[in-house]
Design a protein around this ligand. Structure first.
Ligand SMILES: Cc1ncc(COP(=O)(O)O)c(C=O)c1O
Length: 449
């Protein structure tokens, strides 16, 4: 990209007329036009833009305490035949527009169940987005399959659909698209490719509750969708997860597998354990917490969406700040993080790390997002193991390394910056603080390095 630096005047000239009007009306115009001392960066001893705290997460609703105590006193703590867990499954399926839900111990176990039931076996290959939490890779590796990374589109932060087909071979069994940060993947493209090559689609929607693709909830668009309810999530219960699916036979098999291989529905019992399985069950207290948390999830999602769109409108004209773009067909993000990209060329070549330190000093918590995990130690460790050497030829493992170069993903890992979801639960003025701080740093970019 062409290297450009801007003076304040050039910023005004190079943005559209509408944007100039917007800037003039910004609450941070005082910084924009104020004297030098007032706009001194906090890292250099200036006054931070913000000193107030941000909305806390998770939020406990005391009205659930009666139900929690009753459940504890009942002594019925494991899911057994159903109870609160079955009630939660019904409510979550309804909320998401799915036929069936199976509650699980975690998002990771949901992914593992999905892969087993959909036939991902030792020596298979699974196409996966590299830009994700490490659990997506681990679930494939624990299934003794090869995670084959498909490059990321840095604009959308999600799998690049144009790069999927070139990675398919006769061992490929499934595609695992990840709706990372709650940003929906282009599911029409993924599903069309999967149909063409007879592959299963397991959606990793572990960060994407109520996100929508063509106005349908993500996690209901592939063969199975997986969710996490870990402590930081929008529907939190410490640890927990769920699978969504519309096929009764597949969901019966998921249930049987998650319950040590005991019969369930169409999984019938000529013997007590007709199928392999594992204990991946949710506990009753988790379901009671989830049903209480679920009361706020839609309202929270609306607040996050409104604030995210507002924040985008505020920062998109700042040179070098590139907000996320929704993939084609995506209609709503869940914003588990609010992501954007930082182009250092517009900030006097100040490394992202400097920008992050400066932004934090202004009272705006921020994170650099995921690293290039496709190059992390776990991959080498797995591929060097006895099992993987038995399952995959030397030639295949060599080619895996050759192909493990993902320019789009590398670029994103260098440029991404994220705000946590709880920051979006505040007021518009909180978003103004974020925009003010970013613009203040832009204004002082010559002093950043
Ligand atoms: C994208 C993604 N996939 C999978 C998981 C795994 O979920 P859990 O931590 O509930 O096992 C997470 C959890 O953070 C996640 O963010």
């Amino acid at each position: 990209m062409e290297k450009r630096t801007f003076t304040r005047r050039q910023v005004l000239v190079t943005t559209s007329v509408g944007a100039i009007a917007t800037i003039a009306n910004w609450p941070f115009k005082s910084i924009f036009f104020a004297g030098k001392d007032d706009s001194k960066l906090a890292i250099h001893g200036g006054k931070p833009v913000r000193t107030e705290s941000w909305p806390k997460w998770p939020v406990w609703d005391r009205s659930a305490e009666g139900d929690m105590i009753e459940m504890l006193r009942s002594g019925k703590w494991w899911r057994g035949g159903g109870g609160h867990v079955a009630e939660f499954e019904k409510q979550y399926a309804e909320l998401m527009g799915a036929k069936r839900c199976l509650a699980t111990a975690s998002g990771t176990t949901a992914l593992l169940i999905a892969m087993h039931v959909l036939g991902v076996d030792a020596g298979d290959e699974v196409l996966v987005s590299p830009y994700t939490f490490i659990a997506s890779y681990n679930a494939i590796l624990l299934s003794k399959a090869l995670p084959v990374f498909v490059d990321t589109d840095p604009e959308t932060f999600t799998i690049d659909p144009n790069k999927i087909e070139e990675r398919i071979n006769d061992r490929t069994t499934a595609i695992l698209p990840v709706h990372i940060y709650g940003l929906p993947v282009n599911m029409d493209r993924v599903n069309a490719i999967a149909r063409k090559h007879n592959l299963k689609v397991i959606e990793d929607a572990c960060q994407a509750w109520l996100a929508e693709y063509q106005n349908k909830k993500v996690g209901t668009l592939g063969d199975l969708g997986c969710f996490s309810f870990q402590n930081s999530k929008h529907l939190p219960t410490g640890e927990g997860g769920a699978l969504l699916g519309d096929d009764d036979e597949i969901m019966d098999r998921c249930h049987a597998f998650h319950n040590c291989g005991r019969p369930y529905g169409s999984v019938k019992a000529p013997t007590p354990y007709p199928t392999r399985g594992s204990n991946r069950r949710m506990q009753q207290f988790q379901a009671v917490m989830l049903m209480s948390q679920m009361k706020r999830i839609k309202k929270d999602a609306d607040v996050r969406l409104e604030n995210a769109l507002y924040l985008t409108s505020r920062i998109k004209e700042i040179p070098g700040i590139i907000p996320y773009q929704l993939a084609d067909g995506a209609t709503r993000s869940a914003y588990h993080y609010y992501p954007f990209r930082y182009k250092k060329e517009y900030f006097n070549d100040a490394p992202r790390k400097k920008f992050l330190v400066a932004l934090r000093a202004e009272g705006i918590p921020c994170w650099s997002g995921y690293g290039p995990q496709n190059k992390y130690g776990l991959i080498q460790e797995a591929l060097n193991s006895r099992g993987y050497k038995r399952l995959f030829s030397e030639e295949r493992l060599r080619r895996f390394h050759e192909e493990n170069h993902l320019p789009g993903n590398d670029q994103l890992c260098q440029e991404a910056i994220c705000f946590e979801q709880n920051m979006l639960l505040g007021k518009k003025s909180d978003m103004d603080d974020i925009a003010t701080a970013i613009l203040k740093i832009y204004e002082n970019r010559d002093k950043l390095v």
